[in-house]
Write a protein that binds this ligand. Structure first.
Ligand code: FES
Ligand SMILES: [Fe+2]
Length: 350
């Protein structure tokens, strides 16, 4: 399964964290895709992201000081601005002729969207990297922020985490709950899929009648579920004429052993405020159930078993690997990515 491809896709945007985690005047060091990155906010409050290694001898800049929007390394005190340009080398005598502005720490493109912070991870770390596309469309108009953002660390690499996200057949066994659905009420499902720019979507449909969770949403409900690389699943529920509920799950690889799963939620329904605590509990329970089975999976994978993807229930996982493979090739060849997925209908029993 994708053994020849590199685990992490580059030239894509990845979610770092919720904007509230990044306070003005503070630095956060974070590992993403095995790369060490330091985050902060500039004079305007806009987030920035730099490689978390001092250009001198590599000490993490996140371990140093951050004053007046200047990062100072804790080893020999070199100073860098929020663009990663060296501003001062304290030990150099005043009459030196070195142009220190040529010394730079790599700066990642970084954007705050609807209160969430995204960083673009390029294949090549060239100065002034320009993303090949804007951050992902999070379905929410730019004047609004998400209501709730919650993150857990999954003990699995990005591929297993993605499959856990898009695989329909685990739902019956992992997410059993008396008020949501029951394993005794299995039904054959038929869903239409269509390609999107970097993934595929389950085209808009009325939610399944054996999910009681949806039945509280009266007034003609429909849902569209999209998956795009590197690991973003968006569920867009329309309720009646004017209301929407947005549920987004984003996967951010930390390294080859851990992946962060962030659940982002938005709703315009007044009912959401009343049902907020039960909804939050339900969300936590879902994530907890996935985490539980991932801990077991992690045990199983230690003995390196042969794995398989079988039939229509595992078709989306196959698509993921194929899209991933072709994306990586397109990046290597500097060519536009062409989505191999064709519109089709899938069936499974859940
Ligand atoms: S390692 Fe940072 S100043 Fe020397
Ligand atoms: Fe799940």
């Amino acid at each position: 399964m994708a053994a020849d491809a590199s685990l992490f896709l580059k030239n894509l945007w990845y979610l770092a964290f919720h904007g509230s985690a990044l306070k003005a005047g503070k630095l956060i060091g974070k590992e993403m895709l095995g790369e060490k990155i330091v985050f902060g906010r500039d004079e305007q409050g806009k987030p920035f992201a730099l490689r978390d290694n001092c250009a001198h001898r590599g000490v993490p800049l996140s371990q140093g000081w951050f004053k007046d929007c200047t990062l100072q390394c804790c080893y020999h005190g070199w100073k860098f601005d929020t663009n990663g340009v060296c501003k001062e080398i304290p030990a150099l005598p005043p009459n030196n002729t070195i142009d220190i502005s040529k010394i730079k720490v790599f700066k990642y493109p970084c954007e705050e969207v609807n209160g969430t912070i995204w960083v673009y991870i390029p294949e090549k770390k060239l100065p002034n990297t320009v993303p090949i596309e804007p951050p992902p469309n999070l379905l929410l108009d730019s004047t609004k922020n998400f209501l709730h953002v919650e993150t857990v660390t999954m003990p699995a690499d990005i591929d297993h985490s993605v499959i856990g996200l898009i695989d329909p057949s685990h739902v019956t066994f992992v997410h059993q709950s008396w008020y949501w659905r029951s394993a005794k009420k299995l039904k054959i499902k038929e869903k239409n899929f269509a390609p999107t720019a970097k993934g595929f979507k389950m085209v808009r449909h009325a939610p399944s009648s054996n999910s009681k969770g949806y039945s509280v949403l009266k007034g003609g409900t429909s849902t569209e579920i999209t998956f795009e690389i590197p690991g973003i699943r968006t569920e867009h529920i329309l309720v009646g004429e004017k209301h929407q509920v947005i549920s987004i799950t984003v996967l951010t690889p930390i390294n080859d052993k851990e992946t962060e799963l962030t659940h982002i939620f938005y709703s315009s329904l007044p009912l959401t405020k009343i049902l907020w605590w039960p909804l939050k509990r339900l969300g936590k329970q879902f994530i907890g159930q996935d985490l539980g089975v991932f801990n077991k999976l992690n045990e199983g994978l230690k003995s390196k078993p042969t794995l398989m993807l079988i039939g229509e229930p595992d078709m989306q996982a196959r698509w993921y690997y194929e899209i991933k493979r072709l994306w990586a090739i397109a990046q290597q060849n500097n060519q536009p990515f062409e989505n191999p997925i064709q519109p089709q209908t899938l069936h499974w029993v859940t």
